[in-house]
Design a binder for this molecule. Structure first.
Ligand code: ZN
Length: 471
């Protein structure tokens, strides 16, 4: 491989296209893909036929937006239909013949039957290229050693990423998160990797455990950089700063994208604006209005439900696939010179609340609250009297304190948080503060909503939920 170490992009021709060039490229590929899907996928043929659309009918973007979107439930149903009809899960959705599959991946969802993604050699090569683009802009040139401490599975951060790192030219030490923190640290100490790839929560755990296990702080491990992903933690400034300080590295990079076509990476300029989307030549991103589900213009500051379509893809080419994630996009130029749009995931579409006509997501409250650490722990709950999304104001919220505060200090904190939320989110909640360590800590996605309308807690439960009221 002959790389110019000074070049800014892995594939400059593709990665520096103007918006107009990119849209032209996307549309040409889209027309080919629509025809391919119709001719090779029973699921898609039925979908187009039901909508009264033939692939040749799609001559404008508006024509494309008339094709109904698809959801994960639909994907799962198609898989089940396939099992019934063909006795294997591929017949309805996969558009390539079985003998061309070289990898089958799945999402890491824990409920229901796993949804499968089939990749051909072509798809794996595209996937490797997208990972290479991210590794290149992360500033990790081929030749470095990376200790991989994400889950070593078929899921997003596992085998597909390791495969792509090796193809790119990194030397991978695939220890995996499953090995546990002691084993990971033992191999870091022995193999002297330059880079560490892990989730932000595991990075924080390593920092905590390193002195006990190796007798020295994580900042003395000699790591040059930390690459994260798999969880939203690195989008939170305080988490990012703690990890950078703990390992003595510059701001850790945050990435998204495993075995599919939606890949992004932070450039390090303005973390608040999220990641550059590095794969738009293989993945058409749409934002849908969270209520009407109409396709929205991708303009600066637009917020909507994420929906994507794979182009130049053979295996399981998802089309107008809705992910239930809410994205905010920034199209204004980034200081780093990367022309591609930036995005950040601000919540789940299911979690949207509407307060006085304003759409808000729990993640936005979390960002606001975490600014007030260490006075707060960062943990909070939203109390709902009625099913979402509409909330009768004021929005009720419990916020966990990070340490004991006097009533005056709590009052000051209350004013500051309410002012911050009013300024940033245009929502002013009614806040109740609860003592440190009130909420159960979970390593999984925390439960944010307390649905008072679902189960009316008994009197003693309310006392437990509202411990400060007793004082
Ligand atoms: Zn940038």
């Amino acid at each position: 491989m002959n790389l110019d170490p000074n070049r800014k992009f892995w594939n400059p021709e593709r990665e520096t296209m103007s918006r107009d060039q990119l849209r032209d490229h996307q549309f040409k590929e889209l027309q080919k893909q629509l025809k391919y899907n119709y001719e090779n996928g029973l699921f898609y043929k039925r979908k187009y036929d039901n909508a009264g659309i033939q692939p040749g009918d799609v001559e404008t973007w508006d024509d494309f937006y008339r094709i109904p979107t698809m959801t994960k439930d639909e994907q799962r149903a198609a898989q089940e239909e396939s099992l019934e009809r063909f006795n294997h899960p591929y017949g309805m959705l996969a558009c390539a013949p079985e003998e061309k599959f070289v990898r089958i991946s799945s999402t890491s969802g824990t409920t229901g039957q796993p949804t499968l993604y089939t990749l051909t050699k072509h798809d794996v090569n595209v996937n490797r290229q997208l990972h290479a683009r991210k590794l290149w802009i992360s500033g990790a040139p081929p030749g470095l050693r990376v200790l991989h401490a994400m889950a070593l599975s078929m899921f997003t951060g596992g085998v597909p990423v390791i495969d792509a790192m090796m193809e790119y030219g990194l030397c991978v030490i695939p220890v995996g998160a499953e090995a546990g923190v002691a084993r990971v640290l033992q191999f870091v100490d022995l193999c002297k990797p330059h880079l560490l790839a892990c989730t932000p929560s595991f990075a924080e755990y390593i920092i905590e455990k390193c002195p006990e296990i190796l007798g020295k702080p994580a900042s003395e491990l000699g790591l040059l950089a930390i690459g994260g992903g798999g969880e939203p933690g690195l989008g939170i400034k305080s988490v990012k700063n703690r990890i950078a300080k703990g390992f003595g590295v510059r701001a850790p990079g945050d990435g998204i994208g495993g075995t599919h076509n939606f890949h992004g990476y932070t450039c390090g300029v303005d973390h608040d604006k999220g990641m550059h989307l590095v794969s738009e030549d293989y993945c058409i991103l749409e934002l849908l209005d969270p209520v009407t589900k109409e396709s929205m213009e991708l303009k600066d500051g637009a917020i909507g439900e994420m929906c994507y379509t794979y182009i130049d893809w053979e295996g399981t080419p998802l089309m107008r696939y809705r992910l239930n994630d809410i994205l905010e996009v920034t199209t204004s130029p980034c200081e780093c010179g990367d022309p591609r749009l930036r995005f950040r995931i601000i919540g789940r579409a299911d979690d949207m609340l509407i307060v006085k006509g304003v759409n808000v997501y729990p993640a936005a409250f979390k960002n606001s609250i975490s600014k007030f650490a260490p006075r707060v722990s960062g943990d909070f709950r939203i109390l709902l009297d009625a099913p979402p999304p509409s909330v009768k104001p004021p929005l009720k919220m419990q916020i966990e304190l990070g340490k004991e505060l006097t009533p005056d200090e709590i009052e000051t904190l209350n004013k500051e948080i309410r002012a911050d939320m009013h300024g940033d989110l245009r929502v002013t909640p009614a806040i109740e503060f609860v003592p440190p360590n009130t909420f159960e800590k979970s390593t999984h996605k925390g439960k944010v909503f307390i649905k008072l309308y679902e189960e009316k807690p008994a009197d003693e439960d309310i006392a437990e939920i509202h411990p400060l009221k007793q004082k």
